[in-house]
Design a binder for this molecule. Structure first.
Ligand SMILES: [Ca+2]
Length: 233
């Protein structure tokens, strides 16, 4: 009895997590940016204390980078967050990498991230998406629907699922939080997609936004990629 219940639970959780990921055949990607709730489960299991917490708070850009006391992934803007589905931010590249490893994944490469963000790959995508087409924006032909610094309903970060679903049914590949990827240039690591603090131009694929690997700020989060085992025939 107990084992059948456990088997059901495993199937259910596998299905639930599959919905939260978008498959590209040999690998998959989180549908949303990693949320505060997801990062909280990791911290509860591992006891990790982030650098922003240890060092007194994360950074915000206001006439230069300024440290904000008490700002960290638990409360990105220094006060209890409106939703635990807001993106987990104020994390270094190493912290992002460790989180993804804990979930059984890894950070995507920029090449993977760009393929997922701009080229529609679903077998039968809903209108107006066209399979095989590469779009200018992760939101399609226009940056509308993303959470940038432009006119939109979100003055700061948006919770997962609030913005318009983009290419491949992914959310917030354009803007909301910058996303760490695996690519390195010396001590710098690449971030993708722009953020709520920037205009839509930062959502373009070719933007070269590199940050020191040990940096953490209110605009930088992540999502994880997963290598998928070949399907049995
Ligand atoms: Ca993003």
């Amino acid at each position: 009895m107990k084992s059948s219940w456990l088997a059901w639970l495993c199937l259910w959780s596998a299905a639930a997590s599959a919905q939260e990921r978008v498959s590209f055949g040999t690998w998959s990607l989180d549908r949303n940016e990693v949320t505060i709730a997801q990062f909280a489960r990791y911290v509860a299991a591992t006891g990790v204390l982030t650098q922003a917490e240890r060092e007194g708070g994360g950074f915000e850009y206001m006439a230069g980078w300024q440290r904000r006391a008490g700002w960290n992934w638990r409360q990105p803007d220094g006060t209890p967050p409106a939703s635990d589905r807001l993106p987990a931010v104020h994390l270094t590249h190493a912290e992002a990498t460790a989180y993804c490893r804990w979930t059984g994944g890894r950070l995507p490469t920029a090449t993977e991230w760009i393929s997922a963000a701009y080229t529609e790959q679903r077998n039968a995508p809903p209108a107006p998406w066209l399979r095989g087409r590469t779009y200018v924006w992760p939101t399609g032909d226009s940056p509308a629907g993303a959470n940038t610094s432009g006119p939109d309903p979100w003055p700061r970060a948006a919770a997962a699922g609030q913005t318009r679903a983009g290419v491949n049914g992914l959310y917030d590949m354009g803007a909301n939080a910058w996303e760490w990827v695996a690519d390195a240039q010396g001590e710098d690591r690449r971030t993708m997609g722009g953020s709520w603090w920037y205009d839509a131009e930062q959502m373009r694929a070719g933007v070269q936004a590199w940050k020191p690997a040990g940096f953490y700020a209110v605009y930088i989060g992540l999502r994880c990629a997963y290598d998928e085992p070949p399907h049995p025939h």
